[in-house]
Design a protein around this ligand. Structure first.
Ligand SMILES: [Cu+2]
Length: 321
């Protein structure tokens, strides 16, 4: 029991809530649990009664009464009460956003994030690609209702940060909306909750809830071009074709790319959607053996690069805060 309950707290738990919607989901869970426990106890009680009751003949009337009350009235009343309780929570989720709008795209197998996207709320038909691009780490202001626009270029993913809100699918060809209202500052973990391919289980997301001021500072930092452009690793990065898939803003080679934006890679806590802690050594490990570090990854292995070249690129990327 202790071991089981130990799994109920922490940065990725529906029981350790840090968001308005997650709190509603949790109270819904407790009420549903109470309702189902009542039904279960009733049925177990009846079974025990059936084994203990005298095996004499019961009247047909008593049998019909049992079916009407126990088989119809009791479940209809209990389930209707639970339904009304559940539906009553819905308006709360529909309240309009009063915070920023952020576009989140589920990619194989990582999360593309755009802050400060433009486009009238309500008329967005495809996921905006404007604003400030980042990946795998989502910053949110505490106490504000932030609207996420969720989509995907190819397969279905599901965006889930258990401590903050319920799941919402990211579906190709449409934009789903999810409003997050975090109630506590902190770092929370999210996952992809819909099987999307080989590395699906390694498609983690960090959600960092900050005060409104710190949020603005962090987004402004994300918007800035890369520092430290004068580094041998930068030339190797372009010479080896990394820039075919990755953008490092400020190197003059921007544009839409298939891989994560690396402009401020080192400011993130983890590498490759939560697979490794962010250190220059781990960046080097990832470049030289992508498919070992993250089997199924959509980035080619660069095992033809010399150890020095990998170290130099990793050193450069590791300084891009
Ligand atoms: Cu996924």
């Amino acid at each position: 029991m202790t071991l089981v309950l130990a799994g109920c707290s922490g940065a990725q738990s529906t029981f350790d809530t840090a968001g308005v919607e997650a709190e509603s989901v949790l109270s819904l869970f407790w009420v549903m649990l109470a309702g189902s426990t009542a039904i279960w106890l009733f049925v177990v009680g009846l079974s025990i009664y059936a084994t203990k009751a005298n095996p004499e003949a019961h009247s047909e009337k008593a049998g019909v009464r049992l079916i009407i009350w126990g088989g119809c009235v009791f479940p209809v009343v209990t389930l209707s009460a639970l339904l009304v309780f559940g539906l009553g929570m819905m308006p709360e989720f529909r309240r309009a956003a009063d915070g920023p709008t952020i576009a989140v795209s589920g990619e194989r197998f990582w999360w593309r994030i755009h802050y400060e996207v433009e486009g009238e709320p309500g008329v967005v038909r495809s996921l905006p690609r404007n604003g400030v691009e980042s990946a795998n780490e989502l910053v949110l202001p505490v106490g504000r209702r932030t609207e996420l626009l969720l989509g995907s270029p190819d397969v279905i993913h599901s965006f889930w940060v258990p401590s903050i809100a319920g799941k919402t699918d990211a579906i190709p060809g449409r934009v789903n909306r999810l409003v997050l209202e975090p109630t506590r500052e902190g770092v929370y973990n999210g996952v992809c909750a819909e099987f999307c391919g080989e590395a699906h289980a390694q498609m983690g997301l960090r959600v960092i809830v900050l005060s409104e001021t710190d949020y603005a500072v962090r987004v402004a930092a994300e918007a800035a071009p890369a520092a430290l452009l004068d580094h041998p690793g930068r030339a190797l990065f372009s010479a080896n074709g990394c820039n075919a898939c990755h953008t490092v803003r400020g190197t003059g080679d921007d544009g839409h790319k298939v891989g994560p934006d690396l402009t401020h890679l080192a400011a993130r806590r983890t590498l490759a959607a939560g697979v490794l802690p962010m250190t220059p050594e781990n960046i080097g490990r990832f470049i030289a053996s992508t498919d070992h570090v993250k089997p199924g990854v959509e980035m080619p292995v660069f095992d033809t690069l010399s150890e020095d070249d990998v170290a130099s690129i990793a050193d450069w990327l590791g300084r891009l805060k």
